[in-house]
Design a protein around this ligand. Structure first.
Ligand SMILES: [Fe+2]
Length: 181
């Protein structure tokens, strides 16, 4: 724990908010790397649309990682931005789809976004009780992530509003469903 934090918080509260933010930092770092992996591995029809749709998401998520890391420092903790920190902090598996078509990647990416957004909403709930400034930052970031998930889902939705990979619980299952439907 540091000797200082932001005004109005105790050092203990600053540190517990920073601990929650460290998990978001590792989640964002994993997400922007995963998005680049998709950018590089997507093939087939719709290649260029998906390839080019991904890069603005990468840029924004990198910016979110930067904002979160700097908030951790402002709160008095040391942000950990290494590959080892991602590996240590994450509670999810490495992205599992390699060279594949656009729909397979997008269906898998939909599950990735669901995981990140669900955890961000939990973090918003936790920090909101202690630090509304951090809560506000996470709310703004999560709103954009939810918009990106809609971009992804719009490729996989039929006119009835159903997703082709409805109910899939793993990236591989989602990718298989999307390839077949
Ligand atoms: Fe590129």
């Amino acid at each position: 724990m540091s000797e200082f934090t932001v005004p109005g918080l105790s050092s203990a509260d600053g540190s517990s908010v920073a601990d929650i933010l460290q998990e978001r930092l590792s989640a964002y770092n994993d997400l922007h790397l995963t998005l680049k992996h998709v950018h590089w591995n997507v093939v087939g029809p719709n290649f260029i649309g998906v390839h080019e749709m991904i890069d603005p998401q990468v840029e924004l998520v990198r910016g979110y990682a930067d904002d979160v890391a700097e908030r951790i420092a402002a709160l008095g903790n040391s942000p950990k931005g290494t590959a080892g920190a991602i590996e240590r902090d994450r509670t999810w598996d490495d992205y599992s789809v390699g060279r594949d078509d656009a729909r397979a990647h997008l269906a898998a990416l939909d599950l990735v976004y669901t995981g990140v957004i669900t955890d961000s909403r939990t973090a918003i709930d936790s920090v909101g009780k202690i630090d509304p400034i951090t809560e506000d930052m996470l709310i703004g970031q999560t709103a954009q992530l939810e918009k990106f998930q809609w971009f992804v889902r719009a490729h996989l939705e039929n006119s009835g509003g159903s997703l082709v990979h409805e109910g899939a619980s793993t990236e591989q299952d989602a990718a298989n469903e999307a390839r077949q439907n």
